[in-house]
Design a protein around this ligand. Structure first.
Ligand code: HEM
Length: 243
């Protein structure tokens, strides 16, 4: 699969993003932002809600058994299998190819982590939770037929993994003593420097040939995707409480 263009994003746009990362601007100025800034600003509330999950807090402070973490990775395996299947269907689609990169693929890494955590029969331990089924069904429903919806789901997972995912990895290493196996999902060995990679990703967001209606669709779908992720955390919390 192809990687991003090597052109740099507009510097003024990056300065504006740094000055106001959480989008506390008037509605009017939202429309003068670069698209990646608008996307971040308009999804910031949904991001915060996903971030504030008690399951994640307990996991990152080491209060949960490693089996709870394996359970999370099992649900993520189902999500990434679905997302990466959809990505393969877009391999010849010029609107989407700037986002596709083999360095991002997470299914092989999840398989290695799950084998390490749950043994050779790791697949038998994965039972999709209702929220995971909602999430994977939604991806199947919208990500094949709509460029904007596919990019939304791609953005929420992969830019998240390259951003907050790196904080999560360090917390998991500290709390559970993982080094390689166990946290390969959060490691992107073929991406040596995150910042320039994420800048190129944001440039791809800004330069994708999408109409105003598709931009709105992308933002709406990204908000839904954050909510679907938050619901998976909620289900994991309930599952843990039932045990
Ligand atoms: C403990 C939970 C989380 C923490 C601590 C966290 C933290 C962060 C931080 C610090 C950033 C900004 C990094 C930067 O600007 O380079 C970020 C960005 C991001 N996070 Fe999270 N996050 C968490 C959960 C999530 C979840 C559950 C998702 C969605 C599945 C997610 C998706 C994203 C995305 C898409 C971005 C990129 C925003 C952008 O620059 O456009 N995060 N996260």
């Amino acid at each position: 699969m192809c990687a991003f263009s090597h052109e740099r994003p507009d510097c003024a746009a990056r300065r504006r993003a740094a000055a106001d990362p959480y989008g506390k601007r008037s509605q009017a100025s939202l429309y003068t932002m670069a698209f990646h800034e608008r996307l971040k600003a308009e999804t910031s509330e949904a991001h915060r809600a996903a971030e504030e999950s008690p399951f994640v807090d307990d996991l990152l402070s080491g209060k949960l058994p490693a089996s709870a973490y394996a359970c999370l990775l099992g649900q993520l395996f189902l999500v990434y299998q679905t997302l990466e299947d959809a990505a393969r269907s877009h391999r010849e689609n010029p609107v989407v190819t700037p986002f596709l990169d083999d360095a991002l693929l997470r299914v092989p890494e999840l398989e290695r982590d799950l084998r390490h955590l749950s043994g050779d029969d790791w697949l038998d331990h994965i039972d999709p939770m209702p929220a995971t089924l909602d999430y994977t069904n939604r991806i199947r429903e919208v990500a094949y037929g709509s460029n904007a919806a596919f990019i939304a789901h791609h953005y929420v997972r992969y830019l998240g993994d390259l951003s907050g995912g790196q904080i999560i990895r360090r917390s998991l290493e500290r709390a559970y003593g993982f080094s390689d196996d166990g946290v390969r999902f959060y490691r992107f060995d073929s991406i040596p420097k995150m910042k320039p990679y994420k800048d190129r990703y944001r440039y791809a967001l800004d330069s994708a040939p999408l109409s105003a209606r598709e931009h709105d669709e992308l933002i709406g779908e990204a908000i839904q995707s954050f909510e679907l992720n938050a619901a998976v955390f909620r289900d994991l919390g309930h599952e843990l409480a039932r045990r």
